[in-house]
Ligand binder design. Structure first.
Ligand SMILES: *Cc1c(COP(=O)(O)O)cnc(C)c1O
Length: 454
């Protein structure tokens, strides 16, 4: 280990250049703020994606809404728009203040992507969007569909037969596979989901019950992606969803922002220069939180501050951004094992595309110990009756860390936010949970109970 070279430097040199690596390697919780964070108007100039791209994605989802409403009746109430509630969680805020002995200024809200229709996680945004985009491209190219059609015609044997000539493949720790698998199978595609070892059995079972081909691997997410891509590349009619580099996934996630804006307005929550918004997003490979953060920066510009949350054993985005080596390094290079109960976040190598795109827009990244995820899971269930999967709780820890850590305090000082914090809005992005079987959830809760007693 000591003599191993990483991009031409040994570990000791890396630690000297980035002292925070000492804590990261010891899997201690850290709060890192991004020294390259800048003004929105300057940062956005270096990014190839823009508002028009997000609007295009939004319009595509509207075109598909009649189809979605028809084939997923649970979305009928929202006219086929897949969107989650945003709720205030004052009781959880009280709990956090008491247990962590830390005053939290401002309101605490939860964005319940855990309760998104169809696949019960944030992946119901990007994953489903990318499948729909691909289906639309194919159908329009073939002359079977125009953008002016009522897309509910896609729910027909004619279209299912057409799509059955094509395959869709993806590598996943679980939730992306659920979204891509369920949506693709519904349209009639052949679909292959390559699952890493940490993917839960119930997710594999659910997918198989919907006619999805699940391929299992003994190793982690990167291997599942690599193998999935290899197999897909052999078939010219196969489309590989590239979680690490896909602009479509990213844009599907980004649509969340304009919808959140509307919800906050309905809740009479103001976001402006005197009412700063802080958003805490659990991060795996980066596409989900990255897309959402990008969308939020387009909407709220310098008035929103986005922080990513990672497990202490999988801080891939933090290391990638801090060292600016992005996807050229993985946590295992530094002797960090990438073993975590936060299955959606068990990613050792971050997306280089996301890290580079957000270089000047991301406020920071913090890490959370696995045990804390369970304790917070139980606390949120007790205080607000909301049940999330462990990964999703990583977002809830952020608001405490912002106030409690020196780096968090320094961020607030440097950005002249201190006097405004009494008006702050904090949103923890709850990225998954509603599809977890009751038996599994009881086990999580039980574990939270045991750990809380310590
Ligand atoms: C996938 C996932 C995330 C993070 O999304 P990435 O695009 O992998 O960064 C967070 N939480 C849950 C529950 C997820 O499934």
């Amino acid at each position: 280990m000591e003599n191993k070279m990483i991009l031409g430097k040994d570990i000791e040199q890396w630690k000297e250049d980035y002292p925070l690596l000492n804590k990261l390697i010891a899997t201690e919780e850290v709060f890192w703020t991004n020294p390259k964070y800048g003004k929105f108007h300057e940062a956005i100039e270096n990014i190839s994606l823009n508002e028009e791209d997000v609007k295009d994605a939004e319009e595509r989802l509207e075109r598909f809404a009649p189809y979605i409403a028809k084939v997923f009746p649970e979305t009928k109430e929202k006219n086929g728009i897949i969107e989650s509630p945003t709720v205030k969680i004052p009781n959880m805020k009280d709990y956090l203040e008491k247990v962590y002995d830390q005053r939290i200024l401002g309101d605490l809200l939860l964005k319940c992507d855990s309760h998104l229709a169809i696949s019960g996680s944030i992946k119901a945004r990007g994953g489903i969007y990318e499948v729909l985009k691909h289906a639309e491209d194919l159908a329009i190219e073939s002359g079977m569909l125009t953008k002016e059609d009522d897309y509910s015609i896609l729910d027909s044997d004619e279209f299912r037969k057409f799509f059955s000539q094509y395959s869709i493949a993806v590598g996943s720790t679980g939730n992306l596979g659920l979204s891509i698998g369920i949506m693709s199978a519904k349209l009639g595609f052949k679909v292959f989901v390559h699952m890493s070892a940490d993917a839960k059995q119930w997710k594999k079972d659910l997918l198989r019950s919907k006619g999805v081909n699940v391929v299992e691997y003994e190793s982690d997410y990167s291997k599942a992606v690599e193998e999935g891509r290899k197999q897909s590349d052999l078939d010219p009619n196969s489309y590989f969803v590239d979680d690490e580099n896909s602009k479509n996934l990213f844009l599907g996630y980004a649509v969340a922002a304009s919808r959140l804006k509307k919800q906050l307005e309905e809740l009479n929550v103001v976001v402006d220069e005197d009412h700063p918004l802080f958003v805490y997003l659990p991060c795996g490979v980066g596409g989900g939180p990255g897309g959402v953060a990008f969308g939020l920066k387009l909407v709220y510009k310098d008035n929103v501050h986005c922080f990513f949350a990672e497990p202490t054993h999988s801080p891939c985005m933090l290391i990638g951004c801090m060292t600016e080596a992005h996807d050229q390094v993985c946590v295992q290079d530094f002797g960090i094992d990438n073993v975590t109960a936060a299955d959606g976040l068990a990613v050792g190598r971050a997306s280089g595309f996301v890290g580079k795109t957000l270089e000047g827009l991301l406020s920071g990244v913090y890490t959370v110990d696995d045990d804390k995820l369970y304790v917070l899971l139980k606390a949120l269930a007790d205080t607000e009756k909301i049940y999330l999967e462990p990964s999703a709780l990583a977002g809830v820890a952020g608001v405490v860390d912002l106030f409690k850590t020196d780096m968090g305090q320094k961020y607030l000082e440097d950005k002249n936010l201190k006097d405004k914090m009494k008006n702050a809005i904090h949103i923890a992005w709850a990225t998954g949970g509603s599809m977890v079987p009751e038996k599994e959830m009881n086990k999580y809760y039980q574990k939270g109970t045991e750990l809380s007693a310590k």
